[in-house]
Design a binder for this molecule. Structure first.
Ligand code: FE2
Ligand code: FE2
Length: 475
């Protein structure tokens, strides 16, 4: 298994030193990246020593090492999973041909667009989360935030490597533009809407890493099937890191729920007013945050009917989730899929060609996957003996893209009038009061082993360290 030469400026397993042009391009990009990190990365953190994992190889048995590092000195490297010399294209019109080691001219524009869109989400989330360190509920959580941030930075590196290596001058320009767009900025925003939303508090952060990093997982899984082999190998390795991001979200929400349930039982109340007075987040507010993050995230999969999605599949650029495990012809030209639309005040299904519905297929796979964690959260509530259950809202609820974007639907899936929506939306989505309340709980709690009142400690520390380990040295 290839290991990394840390004497090189940019750690990598792609033989960077043998490609002088590429190395020079990346070495020019690197200082601009560091400038971006200093401007837009975690606030007031440049001097902290943070207990971080760093990717040092792609060996599944030992791909990372842990140690205290200052984040601007983090070794953002370029790693691809090992190639398979016999790998064949396994879906679309080119099925059975050898995978591509270079970009076919006719697919250049689409591949570039796919890589840039994925790449843009990586720095965007770092920008969205940059103020959260100031209100961390514990050192353990602060360290996890920083871990996710540096790895999203590495994911940007991974995409910029592909742009520089395979797309020449256009690729270099795109690499610069990725450092220039800014989350939420009006004149030069990030490409996708959910990445222009703020992540203003830690409840939002945990929801984001549970739901929106999981969107990342599904996009990366679809790209890991790509006929463009370097893209497939890069995204496979990115998935190794992504698992931790979703863990932070799932366990974070679980700990918030755990703490709320403790206080509910101590005070023998389910009254949100009393619970808020006791400084914990009531389950109804958690449900509203869940509704918001779920609906905003499923929009990321795009329009339910999309000729682009069909083209990306047929030309072999982007597969389905777990393409290799599916028992069909992998060309999908004769298949159909049922999607929802509104007709006479009701949501009804209609059949459309499967190829045009591939965004919806990926969205449905995502929904199935995300329900699992919500069931595990409900187990925490059930164990506490509390008769409340969190629910995933209907997929037509609060949508902003595709056929469902113009209509109003309740979380239970009932089409409703604009008036009813206005009257009831505060039951379903976080209100300004909810957000202000959650914001009022946010305060810095960073003594080793101490946790803010609104969240329970984790079951275990990071990398077998104790929970009260000094994960961050503030210097
Ligand atoms: Fe990422
Ligand atoms: Fe992530």
């Amino acid at each position: 298994m290839s290991s990394i030469n840390y004497n090189e400026k940019i750690p990598n397993n792609v033989n960077l030193s043998e490609d002088r042009t590429l190395q020079r391009a990346l070495e020019q990009w690197q200082p601009n990246y560091i400038n971006w990190w200093n401007d837009m990365g975690p606030d007031h953190s440049g001097n902290f020593d943070v207990y971080l994992r760093t990717a040092v190889s792609v060996d599944p048995q030992g791909w990372a090492q842990f140690g205290h590092v200052k984040m601007p000195d983090y070794r953002w490297g370029i790693f691809l999973n090992p190639g398979d010399a016999d790998r064949k294209i396994h879906f679309g019109d080119h099925k059975g041909e050898k995978v591509w080691q270079d970009v076919p001219g006719e697919y250049r524009a689409n591949l570039r667009r796919i890589i840039v869109t994925q790449g843009d989400t990586e720095p965007a989330s770092v920008e969205q989360q940059r103020h959260l360190g100031l209100t961390a509920p514990s050192q353990y959580d602060l360290r996890n935030l920083f871990q996710i941030n540096v790895e999203e930075g590495r994911h940007l590196w991974a995409m910029v490597y592909l742009l520089h290596k395979y797309f020449g001058r256009d690729g270099r320009e795109e690499g610069e533009a990725l450092l220039q767009r800014r989350s939420g900025q009006e004149d030069n925003p990030r490409i996708l809407e959910a990445f222009n939303e703020e992540t203003p508090d830690w409840l939002s952060f945990f929801m984001f890493t549970y739901f929106t990093d999981r969107d990342g997982k599904f996009q990366l899984c679809a790209l890991a099937e790509s006929s463009f082999d370097p893209l497939a190998r890069t995204t496979k390795f990115m998935l190794t890191e992504e698992a931790h991001h979703m863990f932070v979200g799932e366990s974070g929400i679980s700990r918030v729920i755990n703490r709320t349930c403790q206080v509910m039982n101590e005070l023998k109340t389910d009254d949100p007013v009393k619970l808020r007075a006791a400084g914990v987040i009531d389950l109804q507010t958690i449900q509203r945050y869940l509704n918001f993050h779920f609906s905003v995230t499923i929009d990321l999969f795009g329009a339910d009917e999309s000729s682009n999605a069909a083209t990306f599949y047929s030309t072999g650029l982007k597969g389905r989730y777990e393409e290799g495990k599916r028992m069909d012809d992998h060309s999908l030209k004769n298949d159909s899929y049922r999607i929802l639309h509104a007709s006479n005040g009701n949501l009804v299904e209609k059949e459309v060609p499967l190829l045009n519905a591939l965004n919806e297929v990926l969205r449905d796979d995502y929904i199935k996957d995300s329900v699992g964690g919500i069931e595990r959260w409900n187990k925490v509530i059930e164990k506490a003996g509390i008769p409340f259950r969190l629910k995933v809202p209907h997929k037509a609820f609060h949508r902003n893209i595709g056929a469902l974007s113009g209509i109003k639907v309740s979380p239970a899936g009932q089409m409703i009038s604009e008036n009813e929506w206005q009257a009831r939306k505060n039951e379903w989505l976080p209100t300004p009061e909810d957000r202000a309340f959650v914001a009022s709980l946010m305060g810095r709690c960073v003594e080793p082993g101490k946790f803010a009142n609104w969240i329970a400690p984790p079951v275990m520390g990071v990398n077998r360290q104790p929970v009260d380990f000094e994960y961050v040295r503030f210097n």
